[in-house]
Design a protein around this ligand. Structure first.
Ligand SMILES: Nc1nc2c(ncn2[C@@H]2O[C@H](COP(=O)(O)OP(=O)(O)OP(=O)(O)O)[C@@H](O)[C@H]2O)c(=O)[nH]1
Ligand SMILES: [Zn+2]
Length: 288
């Protein structure tokens, strides 16, 4: 009978899987075309004390992935929350945040906007930029990973959270502060699996002392969403939902059409220009 395990680390085509009782194995996929993500529950065949083969993936409650022109890349499976780590310095891409929020809506999971480096004086200006997103209904938490991560604990309890962020936002500092036994980060198996590669691009799942779990994913610079059908995009912006179906043309691109409900809402100051622009951009990326 096959054993059920969870993927807790991904290293390219190699994985570390953990059985429910806690035993860990290095695993590879039976099939050539691997499409597994950290957080996936999988059926495995055990080869010996250290190695296993992944036979198949079990149904996922959620899946986060990104796609550019050429390929799709899985970010994490079965997560219940995406934590977008931002900081005032270096500056962050507001559009990347918005894309993460759209991805969270699509995956039907929570999103938390985390403004790190609150000890820096530039944080007040960054907070101003983020306040409109908070008004859309997304929680916004300000803290300093270097000083105190305690305010974050209540948000993580009972959730499987994936931390995403651009390089330099302090994601590693944050994860290390949440995991006092940070030596797990550089366990020997992981180092062996990464050897010979220029960068460590792996994602890792950690258990937190308060019952939550977190996935530390590689730095995110781009978030392509070509996989989303154009007609499904607008509802992923919660503040656009009241206007959907109100445009004159049912296939409105919300671009230059007359009697577009979103353009009218923008003119009345009811929606943000950068959000409508992102919707248009995502539609264009889909080729519509
Ligand atoms: N002032 C201040 N600096 C911080 C804080 N958290 C992290 N930093 C600094 O920000 C820089 C980047 O932190 P990292 O944790 O390496 O950032 P990262 O997001 O993991 O970036 P990559 O490793 O490039 O993916 C480091 O110099 C940290 O010391 C904070 O709360 N306050
Ligand atoms: Zn329209």
């Amino acid at each position: 009978m096959a054993d059920i395990a969870r993927i807790i680390e991904t290293h390219g085509k190699s994985f570390i899987v953990e059985l429910d009782e806690g035993r860990r194995y290095i695993a590879t996929a039976r099939k050539k075309k691997t499409d597994y993500a950290v957080g996936d529950r999988v059926e495995v065949g055990l080869i010996n004390e250290e190695q296993a083969v992944i036979e198949k993936v079990l149904p996922r409650s959620s899946l986060l992935y990104r796609s550019d022109e050429w390929r799709e890349k899985l970010i994490a499976a079965n997560v219940t929350q995406i934590v977008v780590v931002l900081a005032a310095v270096p500056s962050f891409y507001e559009e990347l945040l918005s894309r993460c929020l759209v991805a969270a809506e699509d995956a039907d999971i929570r999103a938390l906007i985390l403004l790190n480096k609150a000890d820096l004086p530039e944080t007040a200006a960054a907070h101003e930029v983020l306040a409109p997103y908070h008004r859309l209904g997304y929680p916004l938490l300000e803290l300093s990973a270097k000083q105190d991560v305690a305010p974050l604990w209540p948000y993580l309890a009972g959730q499987l959270s994936v931390f995403v962020g651009q390089s330099g936002m302090g994601k590693s500092t944050l994860v290390n502060a949440l995991l006092p036994e940070a030596k797990v980060r550089t366990n020997e198996i992981s180092l062996a699996l990464d050897s010979g590669k220029h960068t460590t691009t792996h994602a890792t799942l950690y258990r937190l002392p308060n019952g939550g779990e977190l996935i530390d994913s590689p730095g995110l610079q781009e978030f392509g969403m070509r996989h989303l059908p154009a007609d499904r995009l607008a509802p992923l912006f919660p503040e656009f939902r009241p206007y959907i179906g109100q445009c004159r043309f049912h296939n409105c691109r919300h671009d230059r059409e007359p009697n577009c409900a979103l353009i009218a809402a923008l003119a009345r100051g009811e929606i943000l220009p950068q959000r409508l622009n992102l919707l248009r951009k995502l539609r264009q990326e889909c080729g519509v």
